[in-house]
Design a binder for this molecule. Structure first.
Ligand code: SAM
Length: 457
C-alpha cells in the first residue's frame, strides 16, 4: 500500500474544479472560493452544485410527503365504509396510523434538508449537467435500511464473508465505498477489517443522514412496509435501527455523486463498489478508469454484487468476461473473483425474498489509467437550449403515440363506446376501424389498470 498518510478532510476535492477543499468557519469551500459546501447534520454535501442537487432532493421530499398525506387520506376515507370485515378495519387502521407516523419520522430524519429553503435555479443545475436521475427517489432503496440495520444479520454477514474471500490478507488502508446506501457493508468493513479511514458516499440524503445518525450512536425508529406481509401485524412494523457496537473513529458518511467523486486523485488505497457499477448511467470501462484515478499506486478495487448492466447501448452491457478484461485495460490486474448464493432482502415479516448469486472481485492497480471525460448527465442541446433538438427515433415514435392518445382522451365524453371512438378514428384516417378498436382498448386497459393499482412510497 502507498505510504501517503493524507487523511480526512485533506483528501477532499471540489467536484466542479478538482481543487483541494479547505475548512473555513462557514464550512468547506474550494480554494477559489466559488463553491461553498454545506453540511447537513454534520455531513458534507459535496455535489458539484450543492444547492441545486439539494434543491432536487428537497423537491422529491416535498412530493413524498404530499403523496404520504394523500395515501393517509385515502386510507382514512376507506375506513369510513360500513361493510368492512373486522380484520380489514384492523389492517387499514394500522396502515393509516403507520402512514401518518412514517411521514413524520421521514420529515424529522430529513429535517437537515431544510424543506423551506429557497432552491437554486434549474438553470445552474443544467449548466453543470449534474442532474439527478429521474428514477432515483428518496425511498428507492428503503428496504435496504431495514436489511442493513434491523433484521439482515444473515445477509450482512454473508456479504462481508464473501468480500473477505477476495481480500485475503491484504490491508485496506484509506477506503472509499461508492454508492454505500444505508451503509451496512461499509460499516462492517470499517469495524472488522480495520481500514485507516472509511468514506461512505451516496447521493441519497435519506440513506446518508440515517447512516450519520446511526454511526453517532443514535437509535432511529422507522417503519418497514414489507412487500408481501405475512399477517396483519406485518403490514407496518416500527423497527428500531441502531449500530450493533460503537463505531470506530474515522468513519465518514458523505453526500456526493459517484460519477463526480469529490476527492483528490490517488486519495484511497481501496475503492469498494457494492451493487453499484451496474446501476450507474455510465459505461463500466469509464467508471473503472475513474476508480483507478482515485486509487494510490498499488491500491485495490473491490466489486461486490451482481453484474446486471442495463444501458441503452447494448455494447456497454458487459458480461463477467468483458468486465474482467476491461479491468486490465483500465490499469488493473485481472480481477480475482469469488461467488456465493446469498439471501437477498428476506425480511422475516415478508413472504417475499430472493437469493442472488453474488460475485466479489478484487483487482490491484498496476498502471495509471487516463482520466475519463467528466461525466455529463445531459447533452448540449438540452443544456444550452441553442443547438437544434435532434429528431431521435424515440421522439418520433413518442410524437405519433402522443397524438393518438390525445385524440382518444378527447373522445371520452361519458357517452361514446369504444366502437364509436374507433369509427371516428377511422374517419380521421388515423387507422382502420379494427386497428383503432384494438389500440383504443389497449390504451384504455393500461389507464384503467394503472388507476386500480396501489402505490408504494
Ligand atoms: C443497489 S443500491 C446499493 C446500496 C448499497 N451499496 C448496498 O449494497 O445495499 C445502489 C446505491 O447507489 C446509490 N447511487 C445511485 N447512483 C448514485 C450516484 N450517481 N452517486 C452516488 N450514489 C448513487 C443509490 O442511492 C443506492 O444507495
Amino acid at each position: 500500500m502507498n505510504a501517503r498518510t493524507t487523511l480526512w478532510p485533506d483528501i477532499l476535492a471540489c467536484p466542479r474544479t478538482g481543487e483541494r477543499l479547505i475548512e473555513t468557519p462557514e464550512g468547506l469551500r474550494n480554494l477559489g472560493g466559488q463553491v461553498q459546501f454545506p453540511r447537513l447534520d454534520g455531513v458534507p454535501a459535496l455535489f458539484a452544485e450543492p444547492e441545486a442537487s439539494l434543491g432536487e432532493w428537497r423537491d422529491r421530499l416535498h412530493l413524498l410527503l404530499v403523496q404520504l398525506d394523500q395515501h393517509a387520506q385515502r386510507l382514512h376515507g376507506t375506513l369510513g365504509q360500513d361493510a368492512l370485515l373486522a380484520a380489514t378495519r384492523e389492517r387499514l387502521t394500522r396502515l393509516h396510523a403507520a402512514t401518518l407516523a412514517h411521514r413524520e419520522l421521514l420529515a424529522d430524519l430529513l429535517a437537515p434538508l431544510e424543506l423551506a429553503t429557497r432552491r437554486a435555479s434549474a438553470q445552474t443545475h443544467l449548466a453543470l449537467r449534474t442532474r439527478l436521475p429521474s428514477d432515483q427517489w428518496l425511498t428507492s432503496y428503503y428496504a435496504n435500511i431495514h436489511r442493513d440495520w434491523a433484521w439482515g444479520d444473515a445477509e450482512n454477514e454473508g456479504s462481508l464473508a464473501l468480500l473477505r474471500q477476495v481480500i485475503g490478507p491484504a490491508k485496506l488502508g484509506r477506503t472509499l465505498v461508492l454508492g454505500a446506501g444505508a451503509g451496512r457493508l461499509a460499516w462492517d468493513v470499517h469495524q472488522q477489517l480495520s481500514p485507516s479511514l472509511t468514506v461512505a458516499l451516496d447521493f441519497n440524503p435519506l440513506l446518508v443522514l440515517l447512516l450519520a445518525r446511526l454511526v453517532r450512536g443514535d437509535t432511529v425508529a422507522l417503519y418497514e412496509f414489507p412487500i408481501a406481509p405475512r399477517s396483519i401485524s406485518d403490514h407496518a412494523i416500527l423497527r428500531e435501527l441502531r449500530a450493533p457496537t460503537p463505531t470506530r473513529p474515522e468513519f465518514h458518511p458523505v453526500l456526493g455523486d459517484a460519477l463526480r467523486p469529490p476527492f483528490l486523485p490517488g486519495s484511497f488505497d481501496t475503492v469498494i463498489t457494492p451493487w453499484v457499477i451496474d446501476i450507474l448511467p455510465e459505461a463500466a470501462h469509464l467508471q473503472l478508469a475513474r476508480i483507478n484515478n482515485l486509487l494510490a499506486s498499488e491500491g485495490q478495487w473491490l466489486h461486490f454484487g451482481s453484474l446486471n448492466f442495463n444501458l441503452a447501448d447494448p455494447a456497454m452491457n458487459y458480461s463477467l468476461e468483458e468486465t474482467l478484461e476491461l479491468a486490465g485495460a483500465a490499469g488493473f490486474t485481472r480481477p480475482e473473483t469469488s461467488e456465493a448464493v446469498l439471501p437477498y432482502m428476506c425480511s422475516p415479516a415478508s413472504r417475499h425474498g430472493r437469493s442472488e448469486r453474488v460475485i466479489a472481485m478484487r483487482a490491484k492497480k498496476i498502471a495509471e489509467a487516463s482520466a475519463p471525460p467528466r461525466h455529463t448527465a445531459l447533452p448540449d442541446w438540452l443544456v444550452t437550449g441553442r443547438a437544434p433538438v435532434p429528431l431521435l427515433p424515440a421522439f418520433r415514435d413518442q410524437a405519433m403515440a402522443t397524438r393518438i392518445h390525445l385524440f382518444i382522451i378527447e373522445l371520452i365524453d361519458g357517452k361514446r363506446s369504444l366502437r364509436d371512438m374507433a369509427a371516428l378514428m377511422e374517419q380521421q384516417r388515423l387507422m382502420t376501424r379494427d386497428e383503432a378498436e384494438e389500440s383504443i382498448r389497449g390504451f384504455l386497459i393500461r389507464l384503467f389498470e394503472d388507476a386500480q393499482r396501489g402505490q408504494r412510497y
